[in-house]
Design a protein around this ligand. Structure first.
Ligand SMILES: [Zn+2]
Length: 243
Protein backbone atom coordinates (compact mmCIF):
# COMPACT_ATOMS: atom_id res chain seq x y z
CA UNK A 1 0.00 0.00 0.00
CA UNK A 2 1.45 3.33 -1.07
CA UNK A 3 1.66 6.23 1.37
CA UNK A 4 -0.72 8.59 -0.42
CA UNK A 5 -4.08 9.96 0.67
CA UNK A 6 -5.65 8.36 -2.41
CA UNK A 7 -4.40 4.91 -1.35
CA UNK A 8 -5.52 5.56 2.19
CA UNK A 9 -9.03 6.23 0.87
CA UNK A 10 -8.93 2.95 -1.07
CA UNK A 11 -7.87 1.21 2.16
CA UNK A 12 -10.87 2.73 4.02
CA UNK A 13 -13.26 1.81 1.19
CA UNK A 14 -11.98 -1.78 1.28
CA UNK A 15 -12.56 -2.02 5.05
CA UNK A 16 -16.07 -0.64 4.55
CA UNK A 17 -16.82 -3.05 1.70
CA UNK A 18 -15.92 -5.95 4.05
CA UNK A 19 -18.36 -4.60 6.66
CA UNK A 20 -15.87 -3.82 9.40
CA UNK A 21 -17.27 -1.60 12.15
CA UNK A 22 -14.82 1.21 12.99
CA UNK A 23 -14.38 0.84 16.71
CA UNK A 24 -12.56 2.36 19.66
CA UNK A 25 -10.55 0.47 22.29
CA UNK A 26 -13.39 0.11 24.78
CA UNK A 27 -16.36 -0.40 22.45
CA UNK A 28 -15.00 -3.21 20.26
CA UNK A 29 -16.65 -6.14 22.15
CA UNK A 30 -20.01 -4.81 20.93
CA UNK A 31 -19.11 -5.58 17.31
CA UNK A 32 -18.66 -9.03 15.86
CA UNK A 33 -16.47 -7.71 13.10
CA UNK A 34 -14.47 -4.58 13.72
CA UNK A 35 -11.32 -2.64 13.02
CA UNK A 36 -9.57 -0.34 15.46
CA UNK A 37 -7.75 2.39 13.55
CA UNK A 38 -4.93 3.78 15.65
CA UNK A 39 -2.91 6.82 14.65
CA UNK A 40 0.23 7.80 16.55
CA UNK A 41 1.07 11.48 16.08
CA UNK A 42 4.85 11.54 16.28
CA UNK A 43 5.59 14.71 14.33
CA UNK A 44 2.70 16.79 13.05
CA UNK A 45 -0.81 17.55 14.28
CA UNK A 46 -1.55 19.21 10.94
CA UNK A 47 -0.94 15.92 9.12
CA UNK A 48 -3.18 14.14 11.61
CA UNK A 49 -5.96 16.63 10.99
CA UNK A 50 -5.71 16.05 7.24
CA UNK A 51 -6.21 12.32 7.77
CA UNK A 52 -9.01 12.96 10.28
CA UNK A 53 -10.92 14.98 7.66
CA UNK A 54 -10.49 12.26 5.02
CA UNK A 55 -11.84 9.66 7.46
CA UNK A 56 -14.76 11.85 8.49
CA UNK A 57 -15.77 12.34 4.84
CA UNK A 58 -16.06 8.54 4.65
CA UNK A 59 -17.89 8.28 7.97
CA UNK A 60 -14.92 6.49 9.55
CA UNK A 61 -13.86 6.84 13.20
CA UNK A 62 -10.31 6.46 14.51
CA UNK A 63 -8.28 7.11 17.66
CA UNK A 64 -5.51 9.73 17.49
CA UNK A 65 -2.73 9.39 20.06
CA UNK A 66 -0.96 12.60 21.05
CA UNK A 67 2.38 13.13 22.75
CA UNK A 68 2.69 15.61 25.61
CA UNK A 69 6.46 15.29 25.93
CA UNK A 70 7.63 16.13 22.44
CA UNK A 71 9.52 19.04 20.92
CA UNK A 72 7.55 18.79 17.67
CA UNK A 73 4.24 20.21 18.86
CA UNK A 74 2.71 21.66 21.98
CA UNK A 75 -0.87 20.59 22.68
CA UNK A 76 -1.30 23.65 24.91
CA UNK A 77 -0.68 26.18 22.13
CA UNK A 78 -3.85 27.73 20.74
CA UNK A 79 -3.28 26.38 17.21
CA UNK A 80 -2.61 22.82 18.42
CA UNK A 81 -5.54 22.86 20.79
CA UNK A 82 -7.87 24.00 18.00
CA UNK A 83 -6.61 21.21 15.73
CA UNK A 84 -7.26 18.60 18.44
CA UNK A 85 -10.74 20.00 19.05
CA UNK A 86 -11.43 19.74 15.31
CA UNK A 87 -10.22 16.10 15.29
CA UNK A 88 -12.75 15.39 18.06
CA UNK A 89 -15.50 17.36 16.29
CA UNK A 90 -14.89 15.12 13.27
CA UNK A 91 -16.01 12.21 15.44
CA UNK A 92 -12.61 10.76 16.40
CA UNK A 93 -11.22 9.93 19.83
CA UNK A 94 -8.01 11.19 21.38
CA UNK A 95 -5.65 8.88 23.24
CA UNK A 96 -2.38 9.46 25.08
CA UNK A 97 0.83 8.71 23.21
CA UNK A 98 3.35 8.15 25.99
CA UNK A 99 7.12 8.40 25.79
CA UNK A 100 8.60 6.14 28.46
CA UNK A 101 12.04 7.67 27.95
CA UNK A 102 10.83 11.02 29.27
CA UNK A 103 10.83 9.60 32.82
CA UNK A 104 12.87 7.34 35.06
CA UNK A 105 10.50 4.40 35.04
CA UNK A 106 11.64 1.48 37.15
CA UNK A 107 8.49 -0.63 37.60
CA UNK A 108 4.79 -0.78 36.77
CA UNK A 109 4.03 1.50 39.75
CA UNK A 110 6.07 4.39 38.36
CA UNK A 111 4.81 3.67 34.84
CA UNK A 112 1.22 3.94 36.10
CA UNK A 113 2.00 7.14 37.99
CA UNK A 114 3.49 8.99 35.01
CA UNK A 115 0.87 7.73 32.54
CA UNK A 116 -1.93 8.83 34.85
CA UNK A 117 -0.29 12.25 35.35
CA UNK A 118 -0.25 12.83 31.59
CA UNK A 119 -3.74 11.37 31.19
CA UNK A 120 -5.14 13.90 33.70
CA UNK A 121 -3.33 16.80 32.04
CA UNK A 122 -4.77 15.85 28.65
CA UNK A 123 -8.25 15.36 30.10
CA UNK A 124 -8.14 18.80 31.73
CA UNK A 125 -7.06 20.35 28.46
CA UNK A 126 -9.62 18.66 26.22
CA UNK A 127 -12.52 18.29 28.66
CA UNK A 128 -12.85 14.65 27.59
CA UNK A 129 -11.88 11.44 29.31
CA UNK A 130 -8.84 9.69 27.87
CA UNK A 131 -9.41 5.95 27.85
CA UNK A 132 -6.41 4.52 25.98
CA UNK A 133 -2.64 4.91 25.91
CA UNK A 134 -0.14 3.87 23.25
CA UNK A 135 3.60 3.85 23.80
CA UNK A 136 5.95 5.89 21.65
CA UNK A 137 8.84 3.61 20.67
CA UNK A 138 7.94 1.00 23.31
CA UNK A 139 10.67 -0.73 25.27
CA UNK A 140 11.15 -4.50 25.21
CA UNK A 141 9.65 -4.59 28.71
CA UNK A 142 6.37 -2.98 27.52
CA UNK A 143 6.21 -5.16 24.44
CA UNK A 144 6.76 -8.40 26.32
CA UNK A 145 5.23 -8.05 29.78
CA UNK A 146 1.53 -7.25 29.15
CA UNK A 147 1.66 -4.55 31.85
CA UNK A 148 -1.65 -3.86 33.59
CA UNK A 149 -2.47 -0.17 33.76
CA UNK A 150 -4.92 1.44 36.16
CA UNK A 151 -7.80 3.45 34.74
CA UNK A 152 -6.59 3.40 31.15
CA UNK A 153 -6.47 0.79 28.39
CA UNK A 154 -2.99 -0.31 27.38
CA UNK A 155 -3.04 -0.65 23.57
CA UNK A 156 -0.01 -2.92 23.96
CA UNK A 157 -1.87 -5.40 26.11
CA UNK A 158 -1.99 -8.94 24.76
CA UNK A 159 -5.60 -8.88 23.61
CA UNK A 160 -4.92 -6.21 20.97
CA UNK A 161 -2.25 -8.44 19.47
CA UNK A 162 -3.64 -11.93 20.04
CA UNK A 163 -7.40 -11.46 19.56
CA UNK A 164 -6.76 -8.96 16.79
CA UNK A 165 -4.74 -9.17 13.60
CA UNK A 166 -2.26 -6.34 14.11
CA UNK A 167 -0.81 -4.39 11.18
CA UNK A 168 1.47 -1.37 11.35
CA UNK A 169 3.19 1.09 9.01
CA UNK A 170 6.04 1.83 11.45
CA UNK A 171 9.13 3.31 9.79
CA UNK A 172 7.01 3.71 6.64
CA UNK A 173 6.94 -0.01 6.04
CA UNK A 174 3.99 -2.38 6.01
CA UNK A 175 5.55 -5.69 6.99
CA UNK A 176 2.60 -7.51 5.45
CA UNK A 177 0.32 -6.91 2.47
CA UNK A 178 -2.35 -4.93 4.31
CA UNK A 179 -4.77 -4.57 1.38
CA UNK A 180 -4.37 -8.26 0.51
CA UNK A 181 -5.11 -9.29 4.10
CA UNK A 182 -8.29 -7.19 4.23
CA UNK A 183 -9.31 -8.48 0.80
CA UNK A 184 -8.95 -12.12 1.94
CA UNK A 185 -11.37 -11.34 4.78
CA UNK A 186 -9.95 -13.90 7.22
CA UNK A 187 -9.95 -11.78 10.39
CA UNK A 188 -12.97 -10.50 12.31
CA UNK A 189 -10.82 -8.19 14.41
CA UNK A 190 -8.21 -5.88 12.95
CA UNK A 191 -5.95 -3.48 14.87
CA UNK A 192 -4.20 -1.17 12.43
CA UNK A 193 -1.59 1.42 13.37
CA UNK A 194 -0.81 4.15 10.88
CA UNK A 195 1.31 7.27 11.31
CA UNK A 196 -0.37 10.26 9.60
CA UNK A 197 3.08 11.74 8.93
CA UNK A 198 3.80 9.21 6.16
CA UNK A 199 0.75 10.12 4.03
CA UNK A 200 0.72 12.86 1.39
CA UNK A 201 -0.95 13.86 -1.88
CA UNK A 202 1.88 12.53 -4.03
CA UNK A 203 4.14 9.56 -3.60
CA UNK A 204 7.36 10.55 -1.81
CA UNK A 205 10.32 8.65 -0.45
CA UNK A 206 10.95 8.60 3.28
CA UNK A 207 13.88 10.96 2.71
CA UNK A 208 11.66 13.42 0.77
CA UNK A 209 9.08 13.42 3.55
CA UNK A 210 11.68 14.08 6.23
CA UNK A 211 13.50 16.76 4.23
CA UNK A 212 10.14 18.42 3.46
CA UNK A 213 9.35 18.43 7.18
CA UNK A 214 12.72 19.96 8.04
CA UNK A 215 12.31 22.61 5.30
CA UNK A 216 8.82 23.53 6.52
CA UNK A 217 10.24 24.36 9.93
CA UNK A 218 11.82 27.62 8.64
CA UNK A 219 8.59 29.43 7.71
CA UNK A 220 6.92 27.93 10.79
CA UNK A 221 9.63 29.24 13.08
CA UNK A 222 9.40 32.65 11.37
CA UNK A 223 5.63 32.74 12.03
CA UNK A 224 6.22 31.76 15.67
CA UNK A 225 8.72 34.58 16.18
CA UNK A 226 6.33 36.99 14.44
CA UNK A 227 3.57 36.13 16.92
CA UNK A 228 5.88 37.12 19.76
CA UNK A 229 7.93 39.96 18.29
CA UNK A 230 6.82 43.38 17.10
CA UNK A 231 7.64 44.44 13.51
CA UNK A 232 9.68 41.36 12.65
CA UNK A 233 9.48 42.23 8.92
CA UNK A 234 11.65 45.30 9.61
CA UNK A 235 14.43 43.06 10.92
CA UNK A 236 14.10 40.01 8.62
CA UNK A 237 11.86 39.83 5.59
CA UNK A 238 9.93 36.58 5.13
CA UNK A 239 11.45 36.13 1.66
CA UNK A 240 14.92 35.99 3.22
CA UNK A 241 14.26 32.82 5.20
CA UNK A 242 12.85 30.82 2.32
CA UNK A 243 15.48 28.91 0.35
ZN1 LIG B 1 5.21 7.29 18.37
Amino acid sequence: MKFTFAQYEIFLDLLKSKNYAFSGYSQYPQSEKCVILRHDIDFSLRKALELARIENAKDVRATYFVLLSTNFYNVFSRGSYEMLMEVMDLGHSIGLHFDEKRYDIVDSKSLNLYINNEKHILEELLGESITAVSMHRPSKWILESNVKLEGIINTYSDCFFKDFKYLSDSRMLWREDVLGIIEKDQHDRLHILTHPFWYSDNEETMEEKLVGFIDSSRPERYAQIKENFRNLEEIISFSKIIY
